[in-house]
Design a binder for this molecule. Sequence first.
Ligand code: ADP
Ligand code: MG
Length: 478
Amino acid sequence: MTGELSGYDAVAEARSVRHVLDIHWSRICSRLQTEVGEVEYRTWLKQISIGPVDGDEITLNLPTRFLRDWVRTQYGDRLSALWNAELPAIRRVELQVGRPDPVAEPAGDEAGAAEAAPAAAPVEERVAEARGELSRHDMAAPLDPRFTFDTFVVGKPNEFAYACARRVAERPSSPGFNPLFLYGGVGLGKTHLMHAIGSELTRGGQVSVAYMSAEKFMYRFIAAIRSQSTMEFKEQLRSVDVLMIDDLQFLIGKDNTQEEFFHTFNALVDAGRQIVVSADKSPSDLSGLEDRLRTRLGCGMVADIHATTFELRISILESKAAASGVAVPAKVLEFLAHKITSNVRELEGALNRLIAHANLFGRPVTLEATQDVLHDILKAHDRRVTIEEIQRKVAEHWNIRLTDMSSARRARAVARPRQVAMYLAKQLTSRSLPEIGRKFGNRDHTTVMHAVARVTELMERDSAFAEDVELLRRMLES
Ligand code: ADP
Ligand code: MG
């Protein structure tokens, strides 16, 4: 049945069709708003603009691919049903990445009008869009649906941060957990945990969450000053239940933005709202941040995400390989976990490349194929740390002589650091056990094996020792 729509077609040109579609769309929107809740609606659906109708299909535009994919999987069917209920002629909804349909603008009637550039947006908006972000009317960045608690693999290095994040997601604004300050090196899961908190909290539709990077915070703030809408900016920020600012270290040296953040922070905490902040260092190490802000940041819960351990890397690889549906042999996972120790992002990147190759060429993943496909990545990682560097750092750390790394002395004071250096050499370089042995005064490979086992065992038993070793590893890797 095409009655209603063809009726409009007969009456009018594109613009009045558009007008009618707009009326239907606004009805659909208010339905959706009550169905999914204000927060979901604002985060996802409000980004939709309607495009042209072609036959029985209407095109809906979303500003980014990420939003398009998310809306398609979560609301695709519902959108089709609602459109069909409004206009029975419409049977399908096509979601695509794009700007609003220029038919809406008063345009000429020539065929090219459909491709005419839309009216110029303010500079800030255009910059934001060029960077794949949302228009400036939306305070928060969308949450990545892949970053949930379920997909976060927990191990020793991140279990505390994970537990704190879960706790905040369950009971936001609990005393002692506000603000939650997550810190750690790059690619270790800070952003993942923040998105997980956000997704968990917005699921019920009751809690409004604003997540943005510190860089975006600054960018919005400056844009607000320029457009003389700082009041609006402040009000918007202060109306949320949970504010999450990622990569706070970006605000170092940006005094005005820091000042603004400080006030927002205080207003929210005083009003019983939750703040979650991430940074690459602990509050006390973030020099360049205003003292009073630093103090307040350290007032709640401060949780460190440590560098990954071999065990955690294996668990992460296993989980991601399983999710991909490609069979990756345990040997390959172990190989990757040994070679790529820097962070989870790189580990994930390497695995993704392997999986893409396997899918593309339909060949099974083998150790040989892995070495081949990841040749460049592995080489870069090999270059990173040398055994000499490890020996030097470890000797410095325990204040022993560098020559004791290869001496025959067996006193605990030198034997233990030597074992740690062997352990780190095994973990951080691609040298074989005999090669490592040779660099430590021509020792046998079984001595190296023993050292690795001993250090692993000690790290499990003695957390202070484990921290020392982790610290060394971090210094060597950075
Ligand atoms: P950061 O913000 O600390 O730099 P991210 O949160 O962006 O790091 O993490 C980098 C990548 O590694 C993301 O794809 C994330 O999903 C993944 N990742 C990090 N830690 C884990 C983990 N424990 N389990 C699963 N994936 C993880
Ligand atoms: Mg991050």
